[in-house]
Ligand binder design. Sequence first.
Ligand code: THU
Length: 132
Amino acid sequence: MITNEQRAALIEAAIEVRERAYAPYSNYQVGAALLMEDGTIVTGVNVENSSYGLTICAERTAVGRAIAAGYRKILAVAVATDNAGSPCGACRQVLTEFAGDVPVYLVDEAGNGRDTTLYTLLPDHFGPEHLT
Ligand code: THU
């Protein structure tokens, strides 16, 4: 169970880190924050490139940082954008590698938006069971 305080802190972290997004081409800044099992929040931003297709989304930047820090389980996700936009399909799939049907908070810079869950965003996702 995610407490109201954890939810608020996660959303705040996503909004704050969004300021550091590197998005000179799209001007669509994204901040992501992941709540890990020990209560730590790991953040990420989108990192664009002049070779556009090399752009990395904020959610996947955050996942990479979390895994490199030794974490393996995500308890909740917050994504902050200009318009409370929803994560792209690739990021949804990458999140499912380390998260179950966890809460996903989609917010704008004022913290307004909507709450959903990862499996609502990506039902019937590909998983390790398909590899056996
Ligand atoms: N972007 C993300 O960071 N996360 C998403 O889930 C969707 C898109 C970024 C990629 C690019 O830098 C910008 O938003 C516009 O597509």
